[in-house]
Design a binder for this molecule. Structure first.
Ligand code: FES
Length: 194
């Protein structure tokens, strides 16, 4: 099963879980639920932070949430996938992410607060296509798979760092975020992160 197939399945499950929760709320207190829900949707469209429950996310999987009308990926990388981020700096355009759109607190090879969890905007920095999640796919030496953009052949490693010699000019962007607990990430706000 490919990473995208896993992602689709997980998204269906998470959507289903959300629908069940909403249904219970609507049955008990229909009017308060509606009056709460409408401003919440408007606030999210305006860019309000989004809570992401990662308690069901297994190693090697990706989930997608929407923040500021952009897809934000949360990916739980395996030990093997994290190992692919070392030792190929020469093949990267910006290995230290010095020209990337990202918070200072992810200025490391993993580009994350916790090594295994990558939080990243799932948009190619060339012309805005949506790359595929291809861990383990090797198209050329020096690349152990990661994210592949089918529009013009953009290639990124599993930290979203772009390879040399492909069209995207920058690494993929990391949004502001912080952990509310071990299993909940807040995307869109990082107040209090050291
Ligand atoms: S839009 Fe991704 S490589 Fe061009």
């Amino acid at each position: 099963m490919s990473g995208d197939e896993v992602d689709l399945g997980r998204r269906r499950m998470i959507t289903g879980a959300t629908a069940v929760t909403g249904g219970v709320g609507a049955a008990c207190v229909a009017v308060p639920f509606v009056s709460y829900w409408e401003p919440s949707v408007a606030a999210q469209a305006a860019g309000a932070p989004v809570e992401v429950d990662i308690s069901e996310l297994r190693p090697g999987e990706k989930i997608t949430v929407e923040w500021q009308r952009k897809p934000v990926w949360v990916i739980r990388r395996t030990e093997e996938e994290l190992a692919t981020l070392q030792g190929h700096e020469d093949s990267l355009r910006d290995p230290q992410s010095e020209e990337s759109d990202q918070p200072d607190y992810v200025a490391n090879a993993n580009r994350s607060l916790k090594p295994e969890y990558l939080v990243m905007i799932g948009i190619c920095t060339h012309l805005g296509c949506s790359p595929t999640f291809d861990p383990g796919r090797e198209l050329e030496s020096g690349w152990s798979g990661g994210f592949f953009c089918p529009c013009h052949g953009g290639k990124y490693d599993l930290a979203g760092r772009v390879l040399n010699g492909v069209p995207p000019p920058k690494n993929m962007a990391v949004p502001p975020h912080r952990y509310l607990s071990d299993t909940v990430i807040l995307v869109g706000e990082d107040e209090g992160v050291a």
